[in-house]
Ligand binder design. Structure first.
Ligand code: PAF
Length: 274
């Protein structure tokens, strides 16, 4: 695997590489990322990954400094997964001057996670657009675990006519159901044992809806109460339409149940398509 830090070196290395498939990450790679790398292979000739912890998408009180940086281990995993090229810019490489132009997503950036992480999706959309300009891929993969992020990026690509296929990869879970996430490493042993409750409750919501329950507010409230009784602090549990993450209106619309909740200082998000 070739590693490049600068945009000119990356561009030179990407000449005559056929169809380029891109998987952007912030590193601290787990099996969910590796599954995206493996899927990427089926979509093109050259698989490019990036590792960049993007300051723009972290709030002032969030874990930018604490975010795990595990570059050597990540490189070994990417090499083993057959990734051809890694773009790993420093902050000075990607933001040589303070970023003053931004991608401003529409209302979707202010709901669900956006309500609790102001500016997050603006930071994500801006860096992803910039990374797309650096790599110039024909396809890019994003995990469905960050469902709202995938939607923001898909909409951005469509509205700005970016010539890139945006592909969603299924969430990879531990045997007990916990969605793999770089932030799971923050959990204590007791919290790790408790953490699968989030997925179990989302699964319960999915099952209830499949058996005809349409009182979504009651289902959401019940899950929040159960999380609270088990010591969680919940930002939201929400049943939404998959297409645009608005509250269910069309009885035939496919739904998704999404949640964000905190165990001590660790904020976990998850979702299931119904
Ligand atoms: O999902 C992530 O790891 C990040 O939000 C991304 C897409 C790499 C942008 O920094």
């Amino acid at each position: 695997m070739h590693i490049h830090a600068t945009i000119p070196a990356l561009r030179a290395a990407l000449k005559n590489r056929g169809r380029v498939v891109f998987v952007p990450t912030m590193g601290n790679l787990h099996a969910g990322h590796i599954s995206l790398m493996e899927q990427a292979r089926a979509h093109g000739d050259t698989v490019v990954a990036s590792i960049f912890v993007n300051r723009l998408q972290f709030g002032p009180a969030e874990d930018f400094d604490q975010y795990p940086r595990t570059f050597q281990a990540d490189c070994e995993k990417l090499t083993a997964a057959g990734v051809d090229l890694l773009f790993a810019p420093s902050e000075a490489d990607l933001y040589p001057e303070p970023q003053a132009y931004f991608i401003e997503p529409p209302a979707i950036q202010h709901v669900l996670d956006g309500e609790f992480r102001p500016g997050h999706f603006r930071g994500v959309a801006t860096v992803v657009n910039k990374l797309f300009n650096c790599v110039q891929p024909q396809a890019a993969l994003f995990g469905k675990k960050d469902y709202q992020q995938l939607m923001v990026i898909r909409n951005m690509a469509r509205q700005l006519a970016l010539p890139i296929d945006i592909i969603g990869g299924e969430t990879v879970r531990a045997a007990d159901g916990l969605a793999l996430s770089s932030r799971n490493g923050y959990l204590s042993a007791a919290e790790r044992a408790e953490a699968p409750r989030l997925y179990r409750l989302l699964t319960d919501i999915g099952n209830a809806i499949r058996s005809g329950q349409r009182d979504f507010a009651a289902l959401e409230a019940q899950a929040i109460a159960e999380l609270s009784a088990a010591g969680w602090q919940t930002d939201y549990v929400a049943v939404r339409q998959q297409a645009d993450l608005t509250p269910p209106a069309d009885p035939a619309a496919p739904l998704v149940a999404l949640a964000a909740s905190r165990l001590s200082n660790t904020r976990l998000i998850d979702n299931i398509e119904i």
